[in-house]
Ligand binder design. Structure first.
Ligand code: 1PR
Length: 671
């Protein structure tokens, strides 16, 4: 490795003004021939450095006021909702730039998103300086403050290039006795901005400073995770984070609104025991004797897993309070205003298990005047059958989404139905819709349409991952892929090879499969004999127009070319669903062109076929016209959620009456 100059870009106190006159680097110090040089120069310069290098503890100025939350966002997914919720509750946000920001925080929220290993990589990165600087600074810190106490020969650590944690664990320096946690903390405080985020986080938590970890922000506190691992975590709570077992009939990821069993006085969870909160994850930590002091609530999903932990001022939750509606906001409020007595008590709930979800869907497109409107098709035809043939306009996207949130929608889905021709990153109004909606809507938002590779008019190429990232940054929790998933599944079935290059694979690798929905748009093709096609056919509950007893469900997509239109593809919904599950989809949004906008009920044959075929959650879509249709789909199939559009837009059936009806029928829903 090339020797780096001894200068730290992020730290004014280590600026060139007090650099030694000799070109010292950790590497230059490491050669054995320079030992004498090192000793003499090190000792000569040490007092000088000690005088210049002040502990951040001494320098520390309270950066944050009473109404500031420090947010640890390492850019791996959608934390816009957390930001929006914090602002909604009257707080400003200070972003963590350096580990020192963590140490100085008054209250810290860590909304971990993405994969465990990627998050630990970021946390383990050092704060300021580079490899060489860290070695030198550690050396100075150890020498000037701790050497006598630790009896360390500072020269043994002079070229220490690795992270602070590795340094502390190095038995060649500290012998077989591991460096005591208290001394580590003192050292890390002393070294302040030169330590990694991980060490700063451990220090902050061990000092019992107000902390709230969310989702991955809870998992990272444990010793390790099996996610692409084992991967070491922060090690503050005993236990290993493992994957849910889907072999016992439970769909993985665990997505949806589930109930908590409160174990101890958790303070931030007061009064919410009987309400549902929103989970979305495939990995979980398990309660055991070794961590029971931490566990404040559990949740059941085939097994009892840890839903929240609490010790003193340190809290972490596996669910998403920022996506759990009013109940979630009340949890955040209790964390932000711990002493406040003016808590509004949420109404009494009846949560006992994972609820079936009711989703409001907004098909969005630009009308002929250029305005972005919510529209709705009949079997995908969104134009009025009038002389003008205009696009059906059912309202404004942000307003309608806000209304459905108030009405109790468990999720809101936006489908940019002309995404096949509008480039989403050029289609800024759609991004604006997401941004504005996420300011006031605290349930999960899904967005679909146009997620694929794209080359714009200037020849600049964008990957589907870039498109998805922009959607996530704008407030989406999940993205939905239609056409591109059909192409990916076809290729996978043809070659048997997962290339890792499809949008589906790339996005789920980076954001996790729980963030990737595949939207399927099949239409019924009637058959006299199920063996007439190579695709999976079903026996119909109601025979076809010519007495056909079978049908297969042909996938379709929109082709954007002259005389283009919806094109049937040589792949069935069954084959597609199984292929995209293998490629990394976390959920399936199952439409049906024949039923869309008809109000005659969901296609139960299709939904049963697909929901029995895959282990990921299936959202039943198309055809809802009455409350009975929702109970029917949940009683006759294993769908996890039901989505509707027309009946809500036309105000034929209020969302709340769907929920009340389901509840009366004994189907658990979030009320
Ligand atoms: O292919 O990745 O660009 O995604 C395009 C997305 O747009 C796909 O998810 C596709 O389903 C959707 N889409 C494309 N054209 C239309 C259309 O209507 N012309 N909408 C369309 C699909 C179906 C549902 C609808 C339900 C419920 N709409 O979203 O909301 O059928 O309706 P209902 O309750 O009124 O029966 P890509």
């Amino acid at each position: 490795m090339e020797a780096a100059p001894f200068a730290c870009s992020s730290c004014p106190s280590s600026s060139a003004s007090f650099l030694p006159s000799f070109p010292v680097t950790a590497r230059s110090l490491s050669s054995s021939s320079s030992l004498l040089f090192r000793r003499n120069n090190f000792r000569r310069n040490c007092n000088y450095y000690a005088a210049k290098f002040k502990s951040p503890r001494n320098l520390s100025v309270r950066a944050s006021g009473d109404s500031v939350v420090t947010l640890l966002d390492y850019g791996a997914g959608n934390v816009r909702s957390v930001r929006n919720a914090i602002r909604y509750l009257g707080f400003d946000i200070k972003d963590v730039q350096t580990p020192e920001d963590i140490l100085k925080a008054d209250r810290l929220i860590f909304p971990g998103v993405g994969a465990f290993a990627a998050a630990m990589d970021v946390l383990n990165k050092r704060g300021g300086g580079n490899d060489s600087n860290v070695g030198i600074i550690l050396l100075l810190g150890v020498y000037s403050e701790k050497c006598l106490k630790l009896s360390i020969d500072p020269f043994l650590v002079s070229d220490y290039h690795s992270s602070f944690t590795e340094f502390c664990n190095d038995t060649s320096i500290f012998g077989t006795i591991p460096l005591n946690r208290n001394i580590r903390l003192e050292l890390s405080c002393f070294l302040g901005q030169y330590i990694g985020m991980a060490e700063a986080l451990c220090t902050y938590i061990e000092k019992d400073r107000p902390f709230l970890g969310i989702c991955l922000g809870l998992q990272l506190l444990f010793e390790s995770s099996e996610e692409n691992g084992p991967v070491n975590g922060l090690g503050l709570i005993p236990g290993v984070v493992g994957r849910f077992d889907s072999s016992n009939g439970y769909r993985v990821p665990h997505i949806g609104w589930n109930a908590l069993q409160i174990k101890t006085d958790s303070e931030i969870l007061d009064d919410i025991g009987n309400h549902h909160v929103y989970f979305v994850h495939s990995y979980r930590a398990m309660p055991s004797d070794v961590n029971k002091e931490w566990v404040s609530s559990t949740c059941n999903y085939g097994v009892d897993f840890i839903a929240s932990v609490r010790r003193g001022n340190v809290h972490a939750v596996q669910f998403h309070p920022e996506k759990s509606g009013d109940v979630g906001l009340s949890i955040l409020r209790r964390f932000l205003y711990p002493k406040s007595t003016i808590m509004t008590k949420p109404t009494e709930g009846k949560a006992s298990k994972l609820a079936k979800r009711v989703i409001a869907c907004l098909d969005v497109r630009t009308n002929d005047e250029g305005d972005l409107v919510v529209t709705k098709g009949d079997q995908y035809d969104v134009r009025e059958h009038t002389k003008e043939n205009e696009v059906r306009n059912l309202g404004k996207p942000v307003e309608l989404a806000g209304q459905y949130y108030k009405d109790g929608a468990d999720e809101v889905t936006f489908l940019n139905i002309t995404g096949f021709r509008d480039f989403p990153l050029g289609d800024l109004p759609m991004l604006q819709v997401l941004r504005y909606t996420s300011e006031n809507v605290f349930v999960p938002l899904t967005v679909g349409g146009g997620i694929r590779d794209f080359t714009d008019a200037n020849g600049r190429h964008y990957t589907s991952l870039e498109v998805a990232s922009e959607y996530f940054r704008s407030g989406a929790d999940k993205i939905s892929i239609g056409s591109d998933a059909v192409y990916a599944a076809e290729e996978y079935l043809r070659t048997g090879v997962k290339t890792g290059k499809s949008s589906l694979e790339q996005i789920s690798r980076v954001y996790g499969n729980q963030a990737v929905v595949v939207s399927i748009d099949p239409r019924r093709v009637y058959l006299k004999n199920p063996n007439d096609v190579e695709f999976k056919a079903v026996r119909l509950t109601k025979s076809g127009p010519n007495g056909e007893e079978y049908a297969w469900y042909q996938c379709t997509l929109f082709v954007n070319k002259v005389n283009g239109g919806r094109e049937g593809r040589p792949i069935g919904a069954y084959e597609l669903a199984k292929a995209v599950e293998e490629l990394g989809a976390g959920e399936i949004l199952l439409n049906c062109i024949d039923c869309d906008g008809q109000g005659k009920g969901f296609d139960i044959d299709l939904i049963k076929l697909i929901s029995d075929a895959v282990n990921i959650p299936v959202i039943a879509s198309s055809g809802a016209g009455a409350t009975d249709h929702f109970s029917e789909v949940f009683m006759k199939t294993s769908a996890s959620a039901a989505l509707a559009a027309g009946i809500f837009h036309r105000k034929e059936v209020p969302l709340q009456s769907v929920k009340e009806h389901l509840s009366k029928e004994g189907i658990e829903v979030r009320i």
